[in-house]
Design a binder for this molecule. Structure first.
Ligand code: ZN
Ligand code: FE
Length: 261
């Protein structure tokens, strides 16, 4: 079982620290350097690698400064607008990090950005901005259908898999989830648990795939109760892609302006 610590950063980001042997640590998506430096110093750890899910500033903004001190490899997908990657990864690659030790399979998950990837290992996935607690990333690039397929792929992971996403959005995203399925008891329970966690300053991340399948409308596009509701929001047919597109439209109407993720 990996030991993983959240490093809160920026407004609502989590930079994930994966602890390795001999006081080493690998970090995921350092949107800023300062909290990482503080964490390393306080915990007495040495940075050995950086994992990068995608090129948005709140995920890469700290890399240059960190590498000024720690000349470590940066693993991610190469893209003309991502100058930080030193070791390029693509779909199906296996990344073995001896220092943890752990092996990650690389999944390309388009739909937030075209070059978004996830790092998948036994029992855990580092999924950046694709899947959030009870929500999903904004469809900046690629089609809604691609985003839907990327979410479905994450949902195919074993139920107990822990999802380490990059933002603390759950309390916010649950508002739409509860609105979309007011009779869903699992959503009601998650609202209560989430409010209690946030009131005491605790993260709601990681969460399990099982919990997402029960409470995240974007993973529930095959649910008859949701499809019925969506017919009032322009749903033409009940293929997963159409249902997902209608769900996104409903979501965007639900709260304007939409939070930028
Ligand atoms: Zn992003
Ligand atoms: Fe982000």
């Amino acid at each position: 079982m990996l030991k993983i610590t959240p490093i809160p950063a920026l407004q609502d980001n989590y930079i994930w620290a994966i602890h390795g042997q001999s006081d080493t640590v690998v970090i995921v998506d350092p949107g800023e350097a300062e909290p990482v430096f503080a964490f390393l110093k306080q915990a007495g750890l040495k940075l050995t690698a950086i994992l990068c899910t995608h090129r948005h500033h709140d995920h890469v903004g700290g890399i240059q400064e960190l590498r000024g001190v720690y000349n470590v490899p940066v693993y991610g997908r190469r893209h003309p607008n991502n100058p930080h990657i030193t070791h390029a990864l693509q779909e199906g690659d296996q990344l073995l990090l001896q220092e943890i030790p752990a092996e990650f399979e690389i999944w390309e998950l388009p739909g937030h950005l075209v070059d978004h990837i996830a790092f998948v290992t036994t029992g855990a996935v580092f999924s950046g901005d694709i899947l959030f607690g009870a929500g999903c990333g904004k469809n900046f690039e690629g089609s809604p259908e691609q985003l839907c397929q990327s979410l479905q792929r994450l949902a195919s992971l074993p139920d107990e898999t822990l999802v380490y996403c990059a933002h603390e959005y759950t309390e916010y995203t649950l508002r739409f989830a509860a609105h979309s399925e007011p009779d869903n008891a699992a959503i009601k329970q998650r609202v209560a648990v989430t409010q209690a966690l946030r009131a005491t300053g605790h993260p709601t991340v990681p969460f399990t795939i099982a919990l997402e399948k029960a409470t995240n409308p974007f993973l529930r596009v095959d649910r008859p109760e949701l499809i019925e509701k969506l017919e009032a929001h322009g749903l033409a047919d009940d293929s997963p892609a159409s249902v997902f597109a209608a769900l996104l439209r409903w979501h965007d109407q639900f709260r304007l302006p939409r939070k930028p993720f």
